[in-house]
Design a protein around this ligand. Sequence first.
Ligand SMILES: [Zn+2]
Length: 194
Amino acid sequence: MYHDLPRDASFWSFLRTVDDDLAAETRKKGCSCGGRLHTADYPRKPRGIHPQLSEEQCLRLSFCCDREGCRKRTTPRSVRFLGRKVYLGAIVILISAMRQGPSPRRVRELSARFGANESTIARWQTFWREHFPQTPFWKVERARFITLGKTVVLPYSLVNAFLRGHPLCRGWTCLLRFLSPITVPGALQIKVSH
Ligand SMILES: [Zn+2]
């Protein structure tokens, strides 16, 4: 039922080029103070990455303002990194979604392949079930996924929508691009109302 993640290094390299584009957009806008943005990437070592990828290809792209007295960091959206998680976004989505699906055997295979253990996957489940629905991002976007009488199960419903039937944009890249607004620092913070 699920399309597996593409296994070859070219898929991950391709995601990097999407991140390059997102970073270029951010850089063009510049800092909110009017300063120019200089490259200040983070070295990251995400798990589940293809072994052939270089350190360069695993960088989390980021910028720093060049103005004295500001120096603010700006980190663009990403289709590779989901928050501070050490796993690539696609893997966090796929394994969590499969756990809700009909095939526990494949979940075990995937967990083994990417080295994610049960408690890690349980934390991802909590993220999707309890945290993600409270984000400002999902509160706006969920309307697009609500079909009358159908329950939205996250992230299962998202994977289904993008890999099987989303009319405008289909496939992993579209799903990751759709979710990319939640990858900037602070986007996963939720407001607690009193
Ligand atoms: Zn600045």
